[in-house]
Design a protein. Structure first.
Length: 582
């Protein structure tokens, strides 16, 4: 819990800060010589050293503005008598990695981001962290390492992209993925596809709908790791720089006041708040991986089933893509994620007493916020889009360790049909492109789990192609892999145990009848326990994947089940000392 005794009466006590190991005393003379080499002054060397970590790169628009925003963070740190130290880490951008072998790197990158920031902070003894992230896995990766290190930390989202315009309608990158399906059926010409791809993404920023990046940005505010309203403004807006500078100042206040630190902020209650905002906004199913992973870093048990319980009882109120009609900029224009949180708070769906990086509770942060009238972006809780969340957890004999489905935008919540089984996404995508499936089929993509893939690929190329062919509500798709936050249709992911470890999804055959019931939260195959066990013993054997060395091999050896967040280390429960206590 936040203990105000950690406050430093005169601003800070260098003898209590981690940077003392590299800046104080005769033994640190060699270290200080490096700082002088970089033009640092005596005063700057002896101030708190604040890591400013970004996922800046030139891979995609999601990350391209992070370097600019980092400079604003540094101004805020310097203005508050701190010394900022900027560094970068990797990002794998799903929009480019999607639909081929590159997607195996996506979820793995979350761990690499967290690990690399941890190692940089440890190696250089930085006292605090402002982390800026722009694309899907970089947001949870940055939040995970804040929880792991437990240094004073503020999270900052890089911002959403502006919507594109195609023949008078707002479009985004998911429209382009879906256009591939239309192109395959002849509904869209080469010329039309080219025109769409050139206008769909008109600026810097992460994908515009309530996909994984914007979902986890909402989580950062709901959980209390980010300044109120910082998640909302699109990436090109100059107001993002103002929030970045304020984040730099805020992290210095955390040092001076002795917190609250990430483990004061990330509690069971704040994790429940985070799950509630995912459900209320029809957010990405990937949150059911990322919230357990963040919880793991602070030693809290909060798995897929715990997340699903919150989903089940939280109303779906934000009319956002892919299930609704608006993008993140539209939410910002009517007041931002704060109006969703306030509506949930006023109606008893989130905990108002959770502390945040402002030093105030979430209820205090939301004082004065009101749900605006005459808009249909966010509905009142008393008249929701659906009475239960836009994301649902499933369990049954096909998914004993759970599965997840986004129901936002779905009309029918029950689907039953014969299985059409594919070992890997490419085989399924090829069949979809050739229209080699029947209405009513349940397409099964297996051996795409975290361990078996390895890497738990997203299936947006396949689901978007189905939707583009007009089959989005005529077939279902289940996988032990993942789905993009942009996926729509009856698509069930994270099926566990995965096929690679002998889970039931690895035992089913073409023609087996699969029943999905998102109303009651069940996923079953019409086979007896005895038949499944017979198949496991007599017909199934472990498969070797193609990755027998390198990062993907290492990940496959370490990664745990999707139910618990697909994490790769034992977590806070077994640690003996946190970095901040060194």
């Amino acid at each position: 819990m936040f203990d105000k005794k950690r406050a430093h009466p005169n601003g800070w006590d260098k003898s209590k800060l981690v940077s003392r190991y590299v800046t104080e005393g005769a033994k640190s003379a060699p270290h200080r010589s490096y700082y002088y080499a970089m033009g640092m002054t005596e005063e700057e060397i002896h101030q708190p050293l604040v890591g400013v970590a970004t996922c800046w790169n030139e891979a995609a628009p999601c990350n391209i503005s992070l370097s600019r925003q980092a400079q604003a963070v540094k101004k805020g740190v310097s203005a508050s008598a701190g010394t900022p130290r900027e560094f970068t880490t990797i990002t794998v951008t799903d929009g480019i990695a999607m639909g081929h072998e590159g997607m195996r790197s996506s979820l793995v990158s979350r761990e690499v981001i967290a690990d690399s920031v941890e190692l940089t902070m440890r190696g250089h003894c930085y006292d605090a962290l402002v982390g800026l992230a722009g694309c899907d896995k970089s947001l949870p990766g940055m939040m995970m390492v804040m929880a792991r290190l437990n240094v004073p930390s503020v999270f900052m989202y890089g911002g959403t992209i502006l919507p594109g315009k195609f023949r008078g309608k707002d479009v985004d990158v998911v429209n382009v993925f879906e256009a591939v399906g239309k192109h395959a059926t002849g509904e869209m010409s080469d010329k039309d596809l080219k025109e769409l791809e050139c206008v769909a993404c008109p600026s810097a920023g992460a994908c515009g709908g309530q996909f994984t990046a914007n979902t986890m940005a909402c989580v950062s505010e709901a959980m209390g790791l980010a300044l109120p309203n910082s998640a909302g403004a699109p990436a090109p807006y100059e107001s993002r720089d103002e929030y970045a500078e304020a984040s730099g100042k805020a992290v210095m206040e955390l040092i001076k006041n002795g917190g609250p630190y990430p483990r004061d902020i990330i509690t069971l209650k704040s994790l429940e708040n985070a799950a509630a905002v995912v459900a209320a906004t029809g957010g990405s199913t990937n949150a059911a991986l990322h919230l357990p992973a963040i919880a793991h870093e602070v030693g809290i048990d909060f798995n897929l089933f715990d997340v699903a319980e919150i989903f089940k009882k939280t109303p779906y109120i934000a009319n956002l893509r892919p299930g609704g009609k608006y993008v993140a900029k539209d939410l910002f224009d009517v007041g931002g994620v704060g109006i969703v949180l306030k509506e949930l708070l006023d109606n008893g769906y989130i905990h108002g007493d959770c502390i945040t990086v402002t030093g105030k509770t979430i209820a205090e942060n939301l004082e004065g916020v009101k749900l605006p009238e005459d808009q249909d972006v966010v509905f009142p809780v008393k008249a929701p889009i659906r009475p239960t969340g836009g994301v649902v957890g499933l369990k049954g004999n096909l998914a004993p360790e759970g599965a997840i489905v986004k129901i936002a935008g779905l009309q029918n919540l029950v689907f039953e049909g014969p299985a059409r089984v594919f070992d890997g996404e490419e085989a399924c995508f090829d069949a979809v492109q050739k229209r080699e499936y029947e209405d009513g089929d349940v397409l099964v993509i297996r051996y795409e789990g975290a361990k078996g893939g390895p890497g738990m690929r997203e299936m947006l190329s396949t689901t978007a192609a189905l939707y583009g062919q007009g089959a989005g509500d005529k077939v279902a798709l289940i996988t032990d892999g993942r789905f993009s936050g942009g996926t729509r249709g009856f698509c069930i992911g994270h099926v566990g145990p995965e096929a690679a470890v002998g889970g039931p999804i690895g035992l089913i055959k073409d023609g087996d009848i699969v029943r999905i019931d998102a109303e009651n939260g069940t996923l079953d195959v019409k086979l007896s326990d005895e038949e499944l066990e017979r198949r496991r013993k007599e017909e199934w054997s472990p498969r070797e994947n193609n990755y027998t060395s390198g990062a993907l091999h290492k990940y496959a050896q370490l990664v745990g089940p999707a139910r618990d967040g697909a994490v790769t280390h034992p977590g806070a429960k077994v640690e003996k000392k946190t970095f901040v206590d060194l």
